[in-house]
Design a protein around this ligand. Sequence first.
Ligand code: PEP
Ligand code: MN
Length: 339
Amino acid sequence: MIVVMKKGATPEDVKAMAARVEELGMKAHVIVGTDRTVVAAVGKENEADRQTLASYEEVEQVVAILAPYKLASAEMKSEPTVIKAGSLTVGGGVVGVIAGPCSVEGPEHIIEAARLVKKAGATALRGGAFKPRTSPYSFQGLKEDGLKMLAAAREQTGLAVVTEVMAPHDVPLVARYADVLQVGARNMQNYSLLEAVGEARTPVLLKRGPSATAEEFLLAAEYILDRGNAQVMLCERGIRTFETHTRYTLPLAIVPYLKERTHLPVVVDPSHGTGVASLVTSMCLAAIAAGADGLAVEVHQNPPKAMSDGPQSLTPAAFADMMARCRKVADAVGMTMGE
Ligand code: PEP
Ligand code: MN
């Protein structure tokens, strides 16, 4: 449930209310909005507790949240969450573009990639140093060396770094180098990892599991929020269906669906969503038209030579063309491409 405080409630009133919620055996999360502060009470709740909390002078109303995810729900927070991580802004009418190779391949390669995507208008650099590969014999990433290369690319270009963390014990290490921690699709229901990134204070890009429902996706975000990390971006990256003409199926209807149900920003990754470079630009345009707050796009200087995901990677020239077209669509739907 959420306890909506009256406009005049002081910070002490809010603190006291959070303590009362905890006394009743629920966890309290204080959410300060521009025109109201709410204390979210999460856990086992009942009508008697609702009435008790509603009876306090400084409380405007107590509202039950029907969705199974609480902190992620739109009822909890009426204003959209805007994520800022260095050069990257996602949400609040700004479309953030995270671009770069699937994997960090080497120091010069990632710096050149960063320069090229920045020139075309990307606001963050992506690149995996820890790679979740289907086969144990495929390239597994450069690990900490790769993280250092990403940090050097940030130093050179000013671009925020988005990179994957695969294991709970690696969260502190990756957070030392990254501006955004990516939780990969295969790990969306790795609850220990969700809890570990929830303990961090670095923003998280949570990718949808290829077989997860929208509700499971939001409940995965809830794990992170419940641990106190409020900076979560949801990333649709395609789901597994019977269809074979694309690598996954990119269900863009989830963008407006999520935006009805959550205050968290929504990012779309058409590279993994389609697996086919020639389809990526159209899906980026459609994602922005559908209301996406961000895009994640794989770009490689020489896709046929990429160490992973070459077939779905745009060349820098194709990416620049995509960005120019995205600006027009963003303009048409009242959004701004981040700068
Ligand atoms: C990636 O971003 O390169 C990646 C492995 O993505 P996903 O987890 O969506 O497959
Ligand atoms: Mn990839």
